[in-house]
Design a protein around this ligand. Structure first.
Ligand code: HEC
Length: 179
């Protein structure tokens, strides 16, 4: 009985910390929370989509990368990449609120639109990974999941060997391939 209440207490303690209301800012929080896929992560992705989902196609692009660009695995054969004004203002030192939206296509025509990958700069959010929030969405903005059923939103892949962060960290200090 003592053992059982200890376990119940532990679960309660875990549930309480896991549902903390912070935005993942401190190192202690990062150690306790999953790197990605929490309810908070999904809600951040949904909020971002509701803010920009209907307008991002009017944004600019990285210099020389407008329209369809050839893309590499795992993103699909082609992409269209949009950057908001915050990114465009200083691509070399992207400020808080910068958003990059990459539409992934299996071929270079609009009917082959397959998914959306997003990088959203939140200063202080993920100091070990250039402070990007990452998400993978359907073409209509729903948060997609990995094969294990975990939502692809947050610090996706942090500390692991697959996912957005481990691959993008090879791209340089700001984790960007296209700059
Ligand atoms: C195995 C490597 C790899 C993984 C995993 C990966 N990417 Fe990328 N990503 C790339 C490459 C390479 C590019 C450059 C453009 C291209 O080839 O499509 C890129 C480009 C991007 C861009 C445009 C900005 C830039 O860096 O050029 C965004 C946004 C993006 N990826 C988001 C994501 C998100 C979100 C995830 C996780 C859900 C992810 N990526 C997973 C390799 C990867």
């Amino acid at each position: 009985m003592i053992k059982h209440s200890f376990i119940a207490l532990s679960i309660l303690a875990f549930a309480t910390t896991a549902c903390g209301d912070d935005d993942g800012g401190s190192a202690a929080d990062a150690a306790e929370e999953p790197a990605f896929g929490s309810a908070q992560d999904v809600s951040t992705a949904q909020q971002l989509w509701s803010d920009v989902g209907s307008t991002y196609q009017t944004w600019g692009t990285f210099p020389g990368l407008s329209g369809f660009v050839a893309s590499a695995a795992p993103h699909g054969a082609f992409a269209k990449i949009y950057i908001n004004d915050t990114v465009a203002a200083d691509i070399g030192a992207i400020a808080d609120g910068g958003v990059i939206i990459k539409e992934n296509y299996t071929a270079d025509n609009d009917n082959a639109f397959d998914s959306i990958t997003v990088m959203y700069k939140k200063v202080g959010y993920s100091p070990d990974a250039a402070d990007w929030f990452w998400a993978k969405l359907s073409t209509t903005g729903d948060v997609l999941t990995n094969p294990a059923g975990v939502s692809l939103a947050g610090r996706v892949g942090l500390g692991g060997d697959s996912g957005c962060i481990p691959c993008h960290q090879g791209a340089g200090s700001d984790f960007l391939f296209s700059n």
